[in-house]
Design a protein around this ligand. Structure first.
Ligand code: NAD
Ligand code: WQD
Length: 339
């Protein structure tokens, strides 16, 4: 069973390749290394004992992508992670985001249709819900106008997939991730942001290790118990396992309709201060942070209703917040000690 993992040297992709290989799938990675490093292939091999096939090219390149698919028409499915994902950068460079995230998707869908590759799992995001009217948020909640070009690429991508499926024999599952954090227990793969991290947990671990001076907590005047914003943090290995379940569901023809959408979250919301306390608890480190003003575009609180994924996929996120922050810290220390 051969599966293409686009963006497979990236953060979530690399963890998913490990889970796929450990469950007997053959994986082929396509990544242009725009936000990851080739050394991740060695780490995947070190964890699983199997070296995934790796092709380095840009999925925006239509001819190159078509050539790839013509050589891999025996693929049973595709998990499409490859995309740009920095919200702030997408506001500065919208065309760069629309081109990369949308053209790559269209090239993949074209390749699937031409070569009769039926199954696509797509990386979507809870960002499509904006600030939901009701919490926890289910898959039936309305899609809110996107706050950023990045968020808009996820909304448009879901529409592109839905329209394509209506006019073809393809099947797709869109997985809407909440906030993936943490790292593989081996500490051989993890999140590796280029430059200054935008996301909370890498900023925490980089501050604790001395790469950043201080964490800014964006706002303590939200309408939440401690005033800081609330998110549904999910361990990246739990998230990766959901992709294996999704791909098996498609191959096993267990889908209820040709395009399904699932939330991937734990159902628990934690505030920024709760994440900091968890990190301090598991690491024994005192984190240097201060409260500053709110960050533009942030929602106040969002967490998933995971009931539909739990029931339909038979999948559940199992790892606690302390396990997430502990694994993120273990990865940060291990990675820096290797540099
Ligand atoms: P990542 O940047 O670590 O991984 C993405 C990978 O795709 C990178 O290795 C990058 O080099 C590659 N890539 C980007 N554009 C490419 C192109 N045109 N051709 C070939 N390779 C390309 O990001 P991640 O955190 O692993 O996210 C994976 C997916 O999940 C993305 O689609 C992202 O939008 C989505 N997502 C991420 C989060 C999160 O918080 N990390 C949350 C929701 C959704
Ligand atoms: C979490 C909380 C911040 C950094 C983003 C994207 C979203 C999705 C996941 C892809 C917020 C606070 C953060 C810092 C802080 N990605 N924070 N100081 O914003 O929920 O979601 O990543 O789809 O689309 O928007 O994640 O980790 O940036 O922030 O106080 O230095 O931590 O304000 O409340 P976010 P995050």
């Amino acid at each position: 069973m051969k599966i293409l993992v686009t963006g497979g040297t990236g953060y979530i992709g690399s963890h998913t390749v490990v889970e796929l290989q450990q469950q007997g799938f053959t994986t082929v990675i396509v990544d242009n290394l725009s936000n990851s490093q080739a050394g991740v292939i060695d780490s995947i091999e070190a964890i699983t004992g199997i070296r995934p096939v790796f092709e380095q090219f840009d999925l925006v390149d239509r001819e190159r992508t078509a050539d790839f698919f013509s050589r891999h028409a025996d693929l049973k499915g595709i998990i499409h992670f490859a995309a740009y994902k920095a919200v702030g950068e997408s506001v500065e460079k919208p065309l760069m985001y629309y081109r990369n995230n949308l053209v790559s998707l269209m090239n993949i869908l074209e390749g699937m249709m031409l070569n009769n590759i039926p199954n696509l799992v797509f990386s979507s995001s809870c960002t499509v819900y904006g600030q939901p009217d009701e919490l926890p948020v289910s898959e039936l909640a309305p899609i809110k106008k996107a706050e950023s070009p990045y968020g808009n690429t996820k909304q448009i991508s879901e529409e592109v997939i839905s329209d394509t499926i209506r006019s073809s024999k393809l099947n797709a599952i869109a997985l809407r991730y909440f906030n993936p954090i943490g790292a593989h227990d081996s500490a051989l793969i993890g999140e590796l942001p280029l430059g200054v991290p935008n996301n909370l947990v890498p900023f925490i671990t980089q501050t604790a290790i001395g790469l950043r001076q201080q964490l800014s907590v964006f706002g303590d005047d939200y309408n939440t118990p401690d005033g800081t914003a609330i998110r549904d943090y999910i361990h990246v290995v739990d998230l990766a396992q959901a992709h294996v379940v999704a791909i098996k569901r498609m191959i096993g023809q267990q889908m209820k309709k040709p395009f399904e959408v699932f939330n991937l979250g734990t159902g628990n919301g934690y505030s920024v201060l709760e994440v900091i306390r968890s990190f301090e608890r598991v690491s024994g480190e005192k984190l240097n942070y201060r409260i500053v003003g709110r960050r533009a575009g942030d929602v106040e609180q969002v967490w998933a209703n995971p009931a539909f994924s739990n029931n339909e996929l038979g999948w559940k996120a199992l790892k606690s917040l302390d396990e997430m922050t502990a694994s993120a810290w273990k990865w940060e220390k291990a990675y820096r000690s290797r540099q």
